[in-house]
Design a protein. Structure first.
Length: 388
């Protein structure tokens, strides 16, 4: 009798819990809908110039890469595949389109933190903490303010790496094609993923996937040819006319400070990190290899901005879930808080040039490596022996 009552209580609690979850989900959808329609969040410069304006021009029969008909300054530099996918938002007013993009980025960030937590459902308190840290990360704040696309690219790479085995090759090709919105962010993770895919599936299937990516990229670009067939010349003009700003890539920093020798040093760094990247893809599960590839990309890609440092989030979050020593955990928290403080101080004291923030990924990745070594018992034992 007691067993029956207990089962009834459990069933009742489960039903109540499911009802509450459904109610909260419905409320969230309503609030997001109201946000998209009514919230006066300032549209980001990058979203306006790189996605909404090209889409708006395209659906009005004009060149998507000739922004001079709308604005005096700015150019569109995101790849045509992205415009070919999101062109319907050109029918929306800029404010609503920007709000929708903000929501897409928010959902993507939450999903990235969830994916980075591992195979098991993350503890609620730790998930909440890591989500807050990810959202308050200065590059994330800049990313949302500008309406950038790197968070979405990061999400796609995580999905490809973790769930790629379950995807049909055409779906996999579609996701990979979308990541090419900013091809400079793919220089490590795509070779690593294709190398892993080649080892697991053989040469013929790997070549087939690459062909699918090329075909899908072409298909996704068809709306541009349909609405304005002569867009390619303006696209080339936008890329070639993009100003050379000071940005925090290792190539820019080394070349600026050491000229030709700096460029040679960058090629050596790229070769070294590329080798490490492929080694990681042979040794680690795809989830972990992807997190490392994305983080290492911030060190060697030839063109990057501080808001692209959101690529560090999967590695940062995953190690907060992995390490089991309090000292290592607090070391990662210290790295985050101290970097946040330094960035805030630099911003407040007028050091706003993006090239000044090249140190951020080196600093954070360095702390992740140190904390992981301290979390490794054998290494800790050796360190204690060495310094005792």
């Amino acid at each position: 009798m007691n067993i029956v009552r207990t089962k009834e209580r459990i069933t009742s609690v489960t039903q109540s819990s499911n009802f509450l979850v459904a109610l909260l989900g419905l409320l969230s959808l309503v609030l997001l809908g109201l946000f998209i329609i009514y919230f006066p969040y300032p549209p980001g410069w990058d979203f306006r110039n790189n996605l909404w304006a090209p889409s708006y021009l395209l659906v009005n029969g004009q060149s998507p890469y000739n922004l001079t008909v709308l604005y005096e300054m700015g150019s569109a530099v995101w790849m045509p595949v992205v415009i070919g996918v999101f062109w319907p938002q050109g029918y929306l007013p800029l404010q609503q389109a920007s709000n929708l993009w903000w929501v897409i980025n928010l959902i993507s960030l939450i999903t990235i933190v969830w994916m980075s937590s591992g195979d098991q459902r993350p503890p609620k308190y730790l998930f909440t903490i890591t989500l807050i840290l990810a959202f308050l990360f200065p590059p994330t704040i800049s990313h949302f303010s500008l309406g950038q696309i790197t968070i979405l690219i990061c999400l796609l790479f995580m999905a490809i790496s973790i769930y790629g085995r379950k995807f049909h090759p055409l779906l996999l090709a579609l996701l990979i094609a979308l990541t090419l919105a900013k091809p400079q962010l793919t220089i490590l993770i795509l070779p690593g993923y294709f190398y892993s895919y080649l080892k697991e599936n053989g040469v013929s299937r790997a070549v087939k996937l690459i062909v699918f990516v090329i075909l899908v990229s072409g298909i996704l670009s068809l709306p541009l040819f349909f609405f304005y067939p002569e867009w390619i010349s303006d696209f080339i003009k936008s890329l070639s006319g993009n100003p050379t700003w000071a940005h925090p890539s290792s190539l820019f920093i080394l070349r600026t400070n050491f000229n030709k020798i700096g460029e040679i040093l960058w090629y050596m760094l790229l070769l070294l990190v590329s080798g490490i990247n492929l080694w990681l893809w042979t040794r680690l599960p795809r989830r972990d290899a992807a997190a490392w590839s994305l983080a290492l990309t911030t060190l060697v890609t030839p063109y990057i901005w501080s808001w692209d440092f959101v690529l560090l989030i999967p590695l940062f979050v995953s190690y907060l879930y992995k390490i089991n020593r309090k000292s290592s955990t607090w070391l990662i928290y210290f790295a985050y808080i101290s970097s946040w403080g330094v960035i805030a101080y630099m911003k407040l004291t007028g050091r706003v040039s993006d090239g000044l923030y090249w140190w951020v990924p080196w600093y954070l990745i360095g702390f992740v490596i140190i904390s992981s070594l301290l979390n490794w018992p054998s290494v800790k034992f050796r360190l204690n022996t060495l310094f005792s």
